[in-house]
Each structure stands twice: as C-alpha cells, then as structure tokens.
Write a protein that binds this ligand. Sequence first.
Ligand code: F0G
Length: 336
Amino acid sequence: MSGLIERYRDRLPFAADDPVVTLGEGGTPLVHAPHLSARVDAEVWLKLDGTNPTGSFKDRGMTCAVSAAVREGAKAVICASTGNTAASAAAYAARAGLTCAVIVPEGKIAAGKLAQALMHGARVIALRGNFDQALTLVRALTDRHPIALVNSVNHFRLEGQKTAAFEIIEQLDELDALSIPVGNAGNITAYHRGFGELGIAPRLFGFQAEGAAPLVIGKKVDQPETIASAIRIGNPARWEEAMEAMTASRGMVRAVSDSEILAAYRLLAAREGVFCEPASAASVAGLLRYGAGGARRVACVLTGHGLKDPDTALNQAGGVIPCEPNLGAVEEAVLG
Ligand code: F0G
C-alpha cells in the first residue's frame, strides 16, 4: 500500500524525486456508528486514525516531517511528546536511519507508547516536568543544534495531517461537523487547512479535558491534569490557529470531564466495537455532552489506538474469570 505522500503528492510540498520515508500510513477506515448516531440524533462516523502504522494519527504528519528532514540532510530528529509523537518519530527515524531523541513527561505516558519509542531505538528522556516544559526545552535545543524538530510546530507535520480531511470527504462527499480532541492544537489546525483546500468549512468541535482546557478557559494551565495523558497540555503551540479554525467554521471549543471521557471510551469499545485511547474518546464524550448542534452528519476523529494504553483499559474493564481445567468448571464459567 502506498503512503500519503505518493497518494496526495499534488497537494503536498514534495516533488516527484524527493526522498520519501513511509510506512504506508493513511487510508484509515471511516466507519458508521449506529449506537452513537441514535444517541445524538445525527449520522455519526468514526475516523479510525489509530489504525495508522504506529497506532496514531501522528504518522500522517511524521511521514512528511521525516521525509523533509531527510531531504534537508538532517542526521537527527527530536520531539517533545505525551507519547504518540514520540512513538511515531522513533519509527520513522528508524526507517530513515536517523538518530531520534524524544523528551516525555516522566511517568505520564502510556505504556505502549513508551515501549514503541524504546523498541525503535530512540533515546528516551524522561523529563521531571510536563509536556509544555518539554516543548519549550526542545525548541531551545533545536535553536542551538542541527537537529530537526518534528513536533507539530513543524510545517510538514500539518501538511501530512490535513490529508485526513481529504479522506473523509472522499468517502462522505459532505460533512456538517468534525468532532476532535485538542491537545497541542496541531490536528484541528491541520483539518481546517485540509477542508479549506477543498473549499469547504464543516463546523469544528474541539474538545479538551477539563483539567487541561486552556483554550476553553482562555488562559494557560500551569499544571494540566487528566486521565487522557495524550492531551495533558496546558499551553498549546497552535493556540491562535486552532481558535481561528473554530471561529471561522462556526465551531466551538468545550471541556469534558475525565469521567465523561472514560464513559465514552467504554461505550465505543462495548457498543461500537472500536477500541481507542482515552484522549481520542474526548471527541465522542463532547458530542454526547453537548450534542451535534444541529449538524446532520458528524465525523469523530479517533486519534489513537486503545492498545496504546493497556493500563487504563484494564482499570476500566471487568475482570477475568478464573477457571479450573474441567468441563463442569468451564460450563459454569462460560454460561454464568
Ligand atoms: N489524541 C491523541 C491520541 C494524541 O496523542 C494527541 C496529541 C491528540 C489527540 C491531540 O492532538 O496535539 O494535535 O491537538 N499528542 C501529542 C503527542 C501532543 O506528543 O503525542 P493535537
């Protein structure tokens, strides 16, 4: 399967003979959600971007950021991350033969993401601080050293991520609203750009976790807190652009509580058969709490795979049933 750059080269800043670092990202499923549709009285679709090669939407941006870094002759890449960017950067850097360093908040990233970054051979630095501090530090570091910064402040990241908007419209033709979790605010900005290039402007509904909702309260959050560790961010890098995207599309930015996020996370798994990570479920939690705002057709972006965060899943799910190895015991265990 070809990757994004090959598929959308005419709309991306890459020439025919540029180097391409790809893992076959993009082309992710967009599935109808019957249960949610009935609950919110709209036609709800789920964009399963957790099915990308490293399990999150970051791969869309990373194929572009790492390809551009190779084109520019970079030998090393770096990012600050709540986990998914780190996993993606590590994988694409490994593929390209580049050195990779990732700076993550110590003890605050999901187990699967840490395992990925380490397995792909990145230098993983556990910062005794939060994501916002990590991003400030990598920006300062890349000012002093010739290392390519692959956070979403990198122009190529958003270029790659805008392709998700293309894919949704290729399948649905029309869309009234897009519901999306917001952390560092790169992805909502990318969708806005993608829709804009198609000449359309579906309403953008951005959702933040209550304890990490700077865009909702209108000021930085010094100590962001949420179970949705991927969006535990208090000072989004794309703040103004994200607000502009929501205003221009007549959208909104609202907060959802951790318990609403977890309820949506369980509901998606149990009723729609879709296992996403907690941060992704914020898009559905927002829709359930605030409604579809009159939109007839809505797409929720499920940004990361549920397997990224096995600890939260095991804490939220029911327990296993122990069983002796004989038919009577198995019968009782199975039939209850
Ligand atoms: N969902 C997931 C699963 C994420 O990992 C992120 C961001 C977001 C949503 C929010 O996207 O930042 O573009 O608004 N994760 C970044 C990371 C910060 O380091 O992996 P955003």
